[in-house]
Design a protein. Structure first.
Length: 308
């Protein structure tokens, strides 16, 4: 039995080395160099080529290299019997919370305008907001979303949270699925941290932007497919959205010709809000690898029906 590491646009050698450091007896291969496809029973994937996994007849389980699993659920070469797990680790939550907090503070202090001024050798104070002026709202209160909401609250922000069911988080106002309008009308800075499902795809659209409390800002660290891109451009042009911070896109890397690049009111980062640590990945993968061999339940296995 072998463990296969699959990713496009990413060096998987550090992950292989970390796994072998944890357990030198494991057989670890990096796609596309696979000696015998029949030996592959466990795979780890991120941004994998389409329909790749149909080549491995004895594949039993696939782990996402990140918290999201939409790239696996959308792959038609992965039949239902194959078990899917996601990666969960404290560092993912810490990094994500740091990223969102930094983005929120930059929005409050209008730091992007100062970056622009520096390029023009301008010296001019610009208006800014205080923490009491704006309320943050986190869409999606899973591990990452909950930690982010708590981090914002601990730093003095008014925080709302929206998820399928209300969550009990100290000093965070929680809204359930059928209270989206109320959540949005109380939220200035919207942070999307939802899983990508049929229900959440395209949720960040013009209708939603119109329901937000003004002034309104958007931070998307979930998936690019949550956002209707032309609606965001319209919202920025008309003032419905003051500024957007985007770490994820429907097509990655973001094409050179994409209109987002030329928009001063959009801050772009290349899907780096939260990056997996090879040693933490190795800890979980080795454990799940052994569990698979022993016929045990896998850690962080997802529910295909729910999509997370």
């Amino acid at each position: 039995m072998s463990l296969l590491l699959v990713a496009q646009h990413r060096d998987m050698k550090p992950f292989r080395d970390a796994i072998l450091e944890k357990d030198s007896n494991m057989d670890v291969e990096i796609w596309p160099e696979v000696q015998d496809p029949r030996r592959v029973q466990f795979a780890v994937a991120w941004n994998q080529p389409k329909n790749l996994f149909g080549q491995y007849p004895n594949l039993k389980a696939i782990s996402s290299l990140g918290a999201g699993v939409d790239h696996l659920l959308a792959d038609s070469s992965i039949p239902d019997p194959i078990r899917i797990t996601r990666f969960v680790a404290p560092s993912l939550s810490d990094q994500m919370s740091d990223y969102v907090l930094t983005a929120v503070l930059n929005l409050l202090r209008n730091t992007e305008e100062y970056y622009r001024q520096q390029k023009q050798s301008e010296w001019k104070a610009v208006p800014f907001f205080s923490k009491n002026d704006l309320a943050a709202g986190v869409m999606g209160l899973g591990e990452l979303g909950r930690d982010t909401a708590e981090r914002l609250q601990m730093n003095g922000f008014k925080v709302n949270g929206w998820s399928k069911s209300k969550k009990e988080i100290d000093d965070v106002v929680s809204y359930s699925e059928n209270e989206l309008n109320e959540f949005l009308s109380a939220t200035n800075i919207l942070v999307c941290m939802l899983p990508l499902t049929n229900e959440t795809e395209g949720i960040l659209d013009l209708k939603l932007f119109k329901m937000m409390k003004q002034p309104a800002f958007l931070i998307n660290v979930a998936r690019g497919e949550h956002l209707v891109e032309e609606d965001l451009i319209y919202a920025l042009d008309t003032g419905l959205i003051t500024r957007a911070v985007l770490d994820v896109f429907s097509k990655e890397p973001l094409p050179d010709s994409h209109p987002f690049w030329s928009r001063e009111k959009i801050t772009i980062t290349p899907h780096i809000a939260s990056l997996t640590n090879p040693k933490e990945v190795a800890e979980l993968l080795v454990e799940n690898y052994k569990r698979l061999l022993s016929g045990m339940d896998l850690l962080y296995e997802i529910d295909r029906e729910k999509g997370y």
